[in-house]
Design a binder for this molecule. Sequence first.
Ligand code: NAP
Length: 337
Amino acid sequence: MKTNAIVLEQYNRNIIRALLGLKEAETELPEPGPDEVLIKVHAAPCNPSDIAFMQGGYNIVKALPAVPGFEGSGTIVETGKNIPAGLAGKKVSFFIQDDRPGSWAGYVVAHRGSIILLDDRMDLDQAACFSVNPLTAFAMMEEARKTGTKGIIQNASGGQVAHFIRKIATGYGMEVIDVVRKEENAAALRNGGAKHVFTETDPEIKEKLKLLARETDALIAFDAVAGEQSGILFNALPENGRLIIYGGLSNKPVSGLNALDIIFKNKTVTGFNLPQWKSGLTEKEFEEIINRLQAKFIDGTLKTAIQGETGFKNIAKGLRNYITNMSAGKILIKPGL
Ligand SMILES: NC(=O)c1ccc[n+]([C@@H]2O[C@H](COP(=O)([O-])OP(=O)(O)OC[C@H]3O[C@@H](n4cnc5c(N)ncnc54)[C@H](OP(=O)(O)O)[C@@H]3O)[C@@H](O)[C@H]2O)c1
């Protein structure tokens, strides 16, 4: 079967050049296998993982020309022979974390393990960003809760994972210490009610974070940036603290960690990877988590900020708006716009 899609012809470290190289093209889709479904795509976001993918710096590398996009939403239109035919017509959110054609397309083929069947009340724009970020925030906060921490520190705080973390953490009565790189994002967070917000450029950030981490008993720091930011967050944590690295937005190696803290203060660094977390759950456990999270999207407690949408024709312009102001929210890519 053929579908219209966005095609990446060349990886490029320079993201603007990579974006300018994106083209709309007719591509070939494989027939759905026995455990797969064909989905008519409603929308797909551009995430930092897509940016890293187009730069050739992600852990998934596809043969070129390739269709980008790791998640999205849509409707099942065809089912493989091991899948109940009654699922045709169902709304889904999906997350394809492999090297097959991605979600920036009119149609996509996904394995049954990569789809989430949705409640009819779920908004399909929100569903396009449902499979990755809300689950990531939920899962990392479950890790945090196990430690008995009363607070958390995080960076890239204007981003969507960080917004979900803040919402979940404050719901548990935890203090949240936020770090952003731009003053306007700090102001926006404070206006939205965030209590402890710092900019990376604050000359006293190291001392301030250290003090506040002790005052709030923050044993966990979530790091989406890496580079020097990892050291700043890690060093701010008190004894028994743990830095959880889940992103590398700075494209820099982790640096600046105090070795004595690791040796004498029992402080640790771990990573977080959503597919690996998911693979440790039973189907029933995953379904229960999805139902809880979906209910919060349906009642509006949780929401992904969406700053705009783009069709295939003006994709480079649309995505440029996203990369120049990521904190404003996701840009949805919609076939047929
Ligand atoms: N490990 C996992 O399983 C997993 C799962 C989901 C997401 N992630 C990661 O989580 C991170 C956040 O994703 P998201 O979807 O929440 O992002 P997002 O909503 O697109 O926002 C990105 C945020 O990061 C900030 N940022 C970008 N580059 C930065 C840099 N070099 N230094 C400091 N801040 C920077 C942006 O601020 P500006 O407005 O200043 O640009 C923005 O607030 C990404 O690294 C993503 O890959 C990991």
